[in-house]
Design a protein around this ligand. Structure first.
Ligand SMILES: Nc1nc2c(c(=O)[nH]1)N[C@H]1C(S)=C(S)[C@@H](COP(=O)(O)O)O[C@H]1N2
Ligand SMILES: [Mo]
Length: 247
């Protein structure tokens, strides 16, 4: 049982309850033993949860394979309307002028020239119907199209041995992924949703769609892509969500 005074609303607690306790795989007592942290106080629990989160990240990275594809679905399975989610409400969605929007490219790349939407659309496009899973307790199936991120990374001469690819968004969201996931064939620079240009709610003009990752790792409203070896974290990850965030 989680002591009531530990603030059960914290995302780490909700997560640990769901992942460990409800599945019956680990009790908080065992968590305390395994991590060597005294979870009787807030700081100790926080530390213990971070130990588990880092362990989960390492396990997920080890099990991840670029050859293993996420499940795809027929058009009849698409969820309509597809849900909107962000760390703010639909009425606060930010928009940009798509003609003047540019994708900034920096870090360990050969060519830092900014990309226009037309540049991205000139890369070979692919379409996927896949399931998006949000940790807030919903999932939905949608259709996204765009260029594989791997094609883009090759184009800009990215150092493919770098550890991380970081995404910055113009709504001040940010996240980052491992290079293996960046090169996964289903990781795409989505510019279309349901066969039409991505609408503002779903991240216009550019979203990175990765069916191998949970919803919060799928950034919308992209403004910059950075290839780096310095751990970039993420908006929710820095508040305790797992960094790897596989789905
Ligand atoms: N830029 C940006 N990207 C974001 C978010 C956000 O708040 N800002 N929220 C994330 C979360 S938690 C989810 S579930 C999905 C929701 O995407 P959707 O609106 O297309 O369903 O976007 C993810 N990417
Ligand atoms: Mo989410």
């Amino acid at each position: 049982m989680i002591p009531p005074d530990l603030g059960a609303a914290r995302p780490e607690l909700r997560k640990i309850e769901r992942r460990l306790l409800l599945r019956g795989t680990l009790s908080l007592g065992m968590l305390s033993m395994l991590s060597g942290c005294d979870i009787g106080d807030n700081d100790g629990l926080e530390r213990a949860l971070r130990v588990v989160s880092r362990f989960t990240d390492r396990m997920q990275a080890a099990l991840f394979s670029r050859e293993r594809l996420a499940k795809t679905f027929p058009a009849s399975a698409i969820t309509t309307p597809f849900p909107f989610n962000a760390y703010y409400g639909l009425d606060e969605v930010r928009t940009v002028d798509e003609a003047s929007w540019r994708l900034e490219v920096s870090g360990l790349v050969g060519d830092r020239k900014p990309w226009s939407l037309a540049d991205i659309r000139r890369l070979p496009q692919q379409s996927q119907i896949t399931r998006h899973i949000c940790v807030e307790g919903w999932s939905a199936i949608g259709q996204w199209s765009g260029a594989p991120l791997s094609a883009f990374l090759h184009h800009v001469g990215a150092d493919l041995r770098a550890r991380f690819v970081e995404f910055r968004c113009f709504d001040d969201y940010y996240t980052s992924i491992d290079m293996q996931t960046a090169l996964h064939p289903q990781t795409i620079m989505a510019v279309d949703y349901g066969g039409s240009p991505l609408p503002p709610a779903y991240g216009a003009p550019l979203k990175i769609r990765m069916p191998t990752k949970l919803g919060y790792k799928n950034p919308k409203y992209i403004s910059a892509i950075i290839v780096t070896n310095r751990f970039p974290g993420g908006y929710w990850e820095d508040q305790g969500y797992d960094w790897f965030g596989g789905s």
